[in-house]
Design a protein around this ligand. Structure first.
Ligand code: F6R
Length: 264
């Protein structure tokens, strides 16, 4: 691994004197979270057909993608001019591996909508040097950004991660290699075969990268996210809860189901 960070020319996150209070929408069911988040994406693309998006993987956004695919088939949403950056990818992983995020995005969205393949970006989990890959990914986001809408999930347990920015992530971090927290590895091991050793690392957009999006929505469903949501919105802002950094951004909406919101 090289030690170059390639971050020298990037500006620092502006820390407001008083943190912002994110908008919080709480729905009775996870299905309503799916619908609401799909509507936000749809409205974004109607307002700006060539939007730049940051998109997540995982269990949470599957229902949102299902709605977006249905809307595209019905002709009410058009992806032809959209540019989309993944939040993250495992490292190392073959992009064709069934649990890779490249594969997830293909299976859940890109294979079913009219996305232009030249406008799809996922960090390459098979790149020989993760530092160079991450720096090139960051440079691409800078080239085509700012991201108009970033869609996020939140990590399990008390990881409070966004992207794969695990605890300890700096507010000024950029896209980089990041070792996965034990809790993240445990939660995501369900996507790997029993006899398989899952990757212990990732390539992720950094906190500063994410905070440069014009608008951010964070989706969370289920009791397993309740602690993290409470910590992110009500606890101190800091590196032990990376999702708390979202309170430095003026335009963030948390879209939650009742269970994820139970400690608010
Ligand atoms: C995935 C990502 C992660 C997930 C988070 C929650 O691209 O960036 O931050 O959003 O680990 O995962 P699920 O939705 O599986 O609970």
């Amino acid at each position: 691994m090289s030690t170059t960070t390639h971050t020298e020319s990037y500006r620092q996150v502006e820390i407001p004197p008083i943190p912002y209070t994110p908008e919080v929408l709480i729905f009775p069911t996870p299905q309503e979270v799916d619908l609401c988040s799909a509507q936000v994406v749809q409205e974004q693309l109607m307002a700006k057909p060539d939007s730049v998006l940051t998109l997540p993987t995982g269990g949470t956004p599957v229902g949102m993608y299902r709605h977006l695919v249905e809307s595209c088939r019905a002709g009410t949403i058009d992806f032809s001019q959209v540019r989309a950056f993944n939040l993250d990818e495992y490292y190392p992983i073959d992009p064709n591996h069934q649990a890779s995020y490249a594969r997830f995005m293909r299976d859940n969205l890109y294979a079913h909508v009219n996305m232009n393949s030249d406008r799809i970006y996922v960090p390459n989990g098979a790149a020989p040097d993760p530092d160079i890959e991450a720096a090139e990914y960051e440079a691409l986001i800078k080239q085509y950004g700012p991201v108009d809408l970033a869609v996020l999930g939140i990590g399990p347990g008390n990881t409070c991660h966004i992207g794969f920015n695990e605890r300890g992530s700096d507010v000024n971090s950029r896209s980089r290699y990041m070792a996965l927290d034990q809790q993240t590895q445990q939660a995501n091991s369900i996507y790997f075969a029993e006899n398989e050793v899952m990757p212990t690392g990732s390539l992720t957009q950094g906190i500063a990268t994410i905070l440069e999006a014009t608008r951010i929505i964070l989706l969370a469903k289920g009791a397993g996210k309740a602690w993290g949501i409470q910590r992110a919105l009500r606890g101190d802002i800091g590196s032990d809860a990376p999702a708390s950094y979202l309170r430095y951004h003026p335009n963030v909406t948390f879209i939650l189901d009742h269970q994820a919101a139970q400690y608010l």
